[in-house]
Write a protein that binds this ligand. Structure first.
Ligand SMILES: [Zn+2]
Ligand SMILES: [Zn+2]
Length: 261
């Protein structure tokens, strides 16, 4: 059996639909060995409603810590999915600095202060080629910021199925090099299967570029419902193996280990 981790989970602390305990039960049923919570945290001025109140953060961390103490049959990790906001790096680091986290996921949800994943209307009348390039550029800045351990859904710009007129292969190639140079993990995020895209992030045809560059990977569900913990993981691990991966990253207190699968 492959040792399985699922580090990308949302509960009612942000926009998930159930309490942390319900996800732990679901993870046990799904044969997950380590479950990690990663509530949305955004330090933008008008905090969107899908994010946790920054004032709630200690309540969240303490809640997961008490779950860790009460649970012995599965490992529990504490993380955050932090919005990468270009220009707010110092503020973000200051906010996160003393927090007792097992890992930080950094995600790009915004381009020009608008979310790319909430509403297909965002794409209407826009130049998709420019959006692709802009999205990858922002993700690479997030990778280089040194703020994060894992980069979330690195090509979220695909969510509604838009494709650029050019081959984006070079963007994936540049991103893979950037991840490797900065020693940052990327996730195979299975939640894209539940979106109009209907497939994982990142695009499966470019996964080999990441394995060839030696970028560490982990598999995450980005579950907002307990039923989705570990969703499509059999397929995800098979895909990773086919794409040249044979090990994955695990985290504890922001220390990374690599284990085979
Ligand atoms: Zn996200
Ligand atoms: Zn998420």
């Amino acid at each position: 059996m492959i040792y399985r981790t699922d580090y990308h989970i949302h509960t009612t602390f942000s926009d998930g639909k159930a309490d942390p305990e319900d996800y732990v039960d679901a993870a046990l049923k799904a044969g997950i060995n380590e479950i990690g919570f990663s509530e949305h945290l955004s330090l933008v001025k008008d905090r969107p409603d899908w994010c946790m109140e920054p004032s709630q953060i200690m309540t969240y961390i303490n809640k997961i810590a008490s779950l860790k103490e009460r649970t012995s049959d599965i490992k529990i990790r504490t993380g955050l999915e932090v919005d990468y906001i270009p220009g707010a790096e110092k503020e973000t680091e200051l906010f996160l600095r003393d927090m007792d986290l097992d890992y930080r996921i950094g995600s790009v949800h915004y381009l020009d202060q608008k979310t790319v994943d909430m509403n297909p209307g965002f794409y209407k009348g826009k130049d998709i080629d420019l959006l692709y390039k802009g999205y990858f550029e922002t993700v690479m800045t997030a990778v280089s910021s040194g703020l994060f351990d894992i980069i979330g859904h690195c090509d979220l710009i695909r969510i509604f199925g838009h494709k650029p007129s050019f081959s984006p292969e070079y963007l994936y190639r540049e991103l893979a090099v950037c991840l490797k140079d900065n020693d940052i993990v990327f996730e195979l995020n299975t939640n894209g299967r539940n979106k109009p895209l209907g497939d994982f992030y990142p695009d499966r045809q470019y996964l080999r570029l990441f394995s060839e560059a030696g970028v560490p990977v982990c598999v995450n569900s980005d579950a907002h419902l307990p039923d989705r913990v570990g969703q499509y993981f059999d397929e995800a691990y098979t895909l990773l193996k086919k794409s040249g991966f044979n090990e994955m990253a695990v985290f504890s207190s922001r220390k990374r280990d690599i284990i085979p699968f």
